[in-house]
Structure formats: structure tokens, C-alpha cells
Design a protein around this ligand. Structure first.
Ligand code: BGC
Length: 340
């Protein structure tokens, strides 16, 4: 009998030891399901990196590239839920699809943090376990408008034909994206509010994309040539395309110049500002937006208050708004630090 008990005890010990050994440490970390609307968006690649950095030793990320397809993203969210994600962090493809994602999260009783593409306020309010991390979209337009106004006034020779009117072309981001709509509206309103007369030569979407930005600028240069006096882009990706096109057309050499301005302050653009090929940009703080998105998703995955241990606050719409900052050659080091 004694022998039998001893054997049983040994068997139990071996069993519990192997059970422990087969349990990898990562299992102890909560899984957070993350989607990025498309990996080849320049700005989003920095947000993505910030999320990955913030997650180290805290959570396992189940991250997917939605390849600019909402249908793909919906399937990815279903898979994340069935694989046991404890929270979702969603960069929507289509800002109008928040309702679909919320209904999936709600059915699985999961919290969801949207980031970068802002859902409509009423949709966010419809689920008490949904939040948003991003910016106040209009702010980028206002800051960009101030930056343009100030430099236009300081450089009278930019008014090439001397008619007292700023003839501009504007590259818009994705239509329907709250950032694209607000930046487009507020940059021009701000310039006009500063007493500058404007003429819109072109306004088209370049879908946030460098190649499309270059194509637009190529077409506009051949149509309007030197009649263009200012190039305003909703983001740096498209501004970089404009600079490539202008470069190829002989601008930025001898005394041929064209003022170009963007939004984001990505490292490639900071180089263009230093080289004198862009007059400025607006810092869209990828690092803080990425880490705040993760921190909120992590907190709610752990059943805590979304803002616990952070220095962020919510506005009336359960949204964290990371501030924008204007960037010119005068404060470029500050922007370089922000992207490190
Ligand atoms: C950024 C763009 C980016 C877009 C993606 C915006 O806030 O300024 O560069 O393409 O978000 O949704």
C-alpha cells in the first residue's frame, strides 16, 4: 500500500512539473488584437512601431495588415476574437465601419480602442467599452495655415506674378477621412483669416500616398507651370511626392523655388526641410498616439480603467487627443526627437 501511495505521489509530481514546463511565459500575457488599415502607409508604420515597443513584456500582439480592405479587416477581427483576444485596438480602413466593429466587440463582450481614423461621435458613444486615440483633426489645418501665412508674408517674392493673391494647389488625403476633411477646410480658412487672398488652382486627392502625390504634381506642373505659388499637402507622404516631381522639373536649383508644406513630420520630410525643399510640416505625434493606443487597450484588457497609469485625459467623447505641433527649420531638432 505504502509503495502504491509513493508511486502515485511521484506520478503527481511529474505531471505537475511537465504541466508547468509546457506553459510558455507568453501565455501569461494578455493578447491584444491590433489592425492597421494598411502597412504601406508611411505614417502608420511609425504608429505601428510605437505600439510594438509599448507592448514589450506586457502583452502579446495579434497584429494584422488590413490591406486597405474593410472586408479583410472585418474577417481579421472575427479571427482575433475567436483566438481569444482580450481587447481590440483598431485602425479602421473605412471610418464609417466603426459600427460593424463595435457590434462584433459587443457580441464577444470585448473592449475596443479605435485609433487614427476617428469614428463618428454617436457611434463611439453607442458602446460604453469603446474609446478613441488620435488628434483634434482641425488643429493640424490651423497650425499649417498659420505656418503658411507667416512665411508667405515674410517672402513677398513667392507671389511670382505679384497680383497679391496666393495661387495654391492642394493635395487632399483620403476623402471622408476626418483628418483629410478637417485639414483641407481649416488650412485655407486660416490663411484667409490672416488676410491673405487665395486662388485654388487644383484640389484633388492623393490618397495620402507619395506616388499619387508625384503624379498629381507632374500633371499640375505641366498644366499650370509657374502659376503655382504654394503646394499644400494634407500629409508628408504626398508632400514628398510633390517635392520629387518639382525636383525633376528643375525647382530648388538656381533661383527656382516652390514652397511645399505637409503634415506628420516624418523623418524623410525633416531632411527635406533641412535641405530647403520644404518650408515646414506639422508634427503628428506617431510615438505618443501608438503608445497611448496600446496603453488604453492594455488597461482595458486587464479590466482596469482605460487611463490608469497614463497622463492622458478624455474629452467629452471618450477620446484622447494628442496635440499637433508646427515644425520649421527653427525647431527641427524637437521634431527629430519625437520620431526617435
Ligand atoms: C496621417 C496620414 C496617414 C493617415 C492614415 C493621418 O493622420 O497624417 O499620413 O496616411 O493618418 O489614416
Amino acid at each position: 500500500m505504502k509503495k502504491l501511495v509513493a508511486v502515485l505521489l511521484i506520478m503527481m509530481m511529474v505531471f505537475s512539473l511537465t504541466a508547468c514546463a509546457s506553459e510558455p511565459e507568453a501565455d501569461a500575457l494578455p493578447t491584444i488584437g491590433v489592425t492597421i488599415y494598411k502597412y504601406d502607409d508611411n505614417f502608420m508604420s511609425f504608429v505601428r512601431r510605437a505600439i510594438e515597443t509599448a507592448a514589450v513584456d506586457k502583452a502579446t500582439l495579434d497584429m494584422s495588415d488590413s490591406q486597405n480592405s474593410q472586408a479583410t479587416q472585418n474577417d481579421q477581427v472575427d479571427t482575433m476574437i475567436s483566438k481569444g483576444a482580450k481587447a481590440l485596438a483598431i485602425n479602421l480602413v473605412d471610418p464609417q465601419a466603426a459600427e460593424t466593429i463595435i457590434s462584433k466587440a459587443q457580441a464577444a463582450d470585448l473592449p475596443v480602442v479605435f485609433f487614427n481614423k476617428e469614428p463618428e461621435a454617436s457611434v463611439l458613444a453607442s458602446y460604453d467599452r469603446a474609446w478613441y486615440v488620435g488628434t483634434a483633426s482641425a488643429e493640424a489645418g490651423i497650425i499649417q495655415g498659420e505656418l503658411v501665412s507667416e512665411q508667405w508674408k515674410a517672402n513677398p517674392d513667392w507671389d511670382r506674378n505679384g497680383d497679391g493673391v496666393m495661387s495654391y494647389v492642394l493635395m487632399k488625403g483620403e476623402p471622408g477621412h476626418p483628418d483629410a476633411e478637417a485639414r483641407t477646410k481649416f488650412v485655407i480658412e486660416t490663411i484667409v483669416a490672416n488676410g491673405i487672398e487665395v486662388e485654388e488652382l487644383e484640389l484633388q486627392t492623393g490618397m495620402w500616398d507619395t506616388t499619387k502625390g508625384k503624379e498629381l504634381m507632374d500633371a499640375w506642373i505641366s498644366k499650370h507651370g509657374d502659376a503655382i505659388e504654394m503646394v499644400i499637402a494634407n500629409n508628408d507622404g504626398m508632400a514628398l511626392g510633390a517635392v520629387q516631381s518639382l525636383n525633376a522639373a528643375g525647382y530648388f536649383a538656381a533661383d527656382k523655388f516652390m514652397p511645399v508644406v505637409g503634415v506628420d513630420a516624418i523623418p524623410d520630410v525633416l531632411e527635406e526641410i533641412k535641405a530647403g525643399r520644404m518650408i515646414g510640416t506639422v508634427l503628428n505625434d506617431a510615438k505618443n498616439q501608438g503608445s497611448a493606443s496600446f496603453d488604453l487597450a492594455y488597461n482595458v484588457a486587464m479590466g482596469k480603467d482605460p487611463l490608469e497609469g497614463t497622463s492622458w485625459t478624455f474629452d467629452d467623447n471618450k477620446s484622447v487627443r494628442v496635440p499637433y505641433v508646427g515644425v520649421t527649420i527653427d525647431n527641427i531638432e524637437f521634431a527629430e526627437e519625437a520620431y526617435k
